[in-house]
Design a protein around this ligand. Structure first.
Ligand code: AMP
Length: 321
């Protein structure tokens, strides 16, 4: 995850839930992608290290366990840059220009100059990030699937010249791999439509009240549509009381419930789920030096693996002296 701001609910249901689950079955590597953050934030790098530690606090609060998994910082493992450089020798530029997010983000973030080589080559750096650890599965949200497709092609292209030295990665999605934000676009820090994991109960309620619902339903007695309605997608994702959710859906379809009731119950369920995480986050951030220790130790462990991979790669490229 890029340390470009606070984590939000999209990160939680799109990625973190899978991270926590996979720790018991897989050898997991989770990292703060601070070089990736620079691709869009190069003009203001001051807040990045602060966000990095806050993001790690959120991961741990959500259940990531640095004893079970390797939690590290990308820029503390310079082998990421070395493998990226070698990959860049064989991957044609048009492959990167064709990645859909390349043009989309330039339009969405028009206030930033994203015509840099760093931004163009973002998915190739991601390829290196994953391949360094022989990553087979990458637990990401849906927006990253096209990047992983590029990664697979890049690994295959590398193999044409240097043999099967890297592993082809594959995306692992959660049931909610694209959480909408308050305005029904994808929830994203840069769109200002997010509910953050650090938001207090009052802000969650306020934001839920502003959420987009069925626009045809201007009065509570007009039957509404549940399918594709973000408020009900949230109920499905965050409200464990299935009977309550079914009742709300039935009454919504029949025009027998007001938006206020639907949203108040949603905010309550969300706050019940978020409160223990907020508590753990607060406690962790009281000792930032412990978080620093965790990522320094994690980066040391990650680097051992990354160095072994690079030994293999240098040999394959025949640049071993
Ligand atoms: P980023 O903030 O772009 O570094 O994203 C970090 C991870 O969170 C990636 O795996 C994204 O796919 C995932 N993610 C971000 N926003 C959402 C969202 N709205 N829904 C689902 N997953 C998301």
């Amino acid at each position: 995850m890029r340390p470009t701001g606070q984590l939000h609910l999209g990160h939680l249901v799109g990625a973190l839930h899978n991270w926590v689950r996979l720790q018991d079955t897989h050898d997991c590597f989770f990292f703060v992608a601070d070089w990736h953050a620079l691709t869009s934030e190069y003009a203001n790098t001051t807040p990045l290290t602060g966000y990095a530690l806050e993001n790690v606090a959120d991961w741990i609060a959500a259940g990531v366990d640095p004893e079970k998994s390797t939690v590290f910082i990308q820029s503390m493992v310079p082998e990421h840059a070395e493998l990226f450089l070698l990959l860049s020798m064989v991957v044609p530029v048009p492959w990167l220009e064709r990645v859909p997010t390349y043009k989309e983000q330039q339009v969405q973030l028009a206030e930033k100059d994203l015509s840099t080589l760093g931004f163009l080559s973002y998915p190739l750096l991601q390829t290196a990030d994953v391949a360094l650890y022989d990553g087979r599965f990458v637990p990401v949200g849906e927006d990253q699937v096209a990047h992983l497709e590029l990664s697979r092609e890049a690994v295959r292209r590398f193999a044409q010249f240097f043999g099967d030295v890297l592993v082809e990665p594959q995306a692992l999605l959660t049931p909610v791999s694209r959480l909408p934000g308050l305005d029904n676009r994808k929830m994203s820090k840069s769109y200002g439509n997010a509910i953050d994991l650090s938001d207090d109960a009052e802000s969650v309620l306020k934001k839920v009240r502003q959420m987009y619902t069925d626009p045809k339903r201007v009065r509570a007695d007009i039957p509404g549509t549940v399918e594709g309605n973000p408020v009900f997608m949230y109920h499905d994702a965050f409200n464990p009381d299935v009977a309550e959710v079914d009742d709300l859906k039935a009454r919504y379809r029949a025009g027998a419930v007001g938006d206020v009731e639907v949203k108040t119950k949603l905010a309550k369920a969300m706050n019940t789920m978020l409160e223990p995480m907020r508590e753990r986050r607060r406690a962790l951030l009281e000792h930032p030096e412990r978080l620093t220790d965790i990522v320094v130790e994690g980066s040391r462990k990650a680097r051992v693996v990354a160095q072994a991979t690079m030994e293999r790669v240098r040999e394959a490229v025949r640049l071993k002296y």
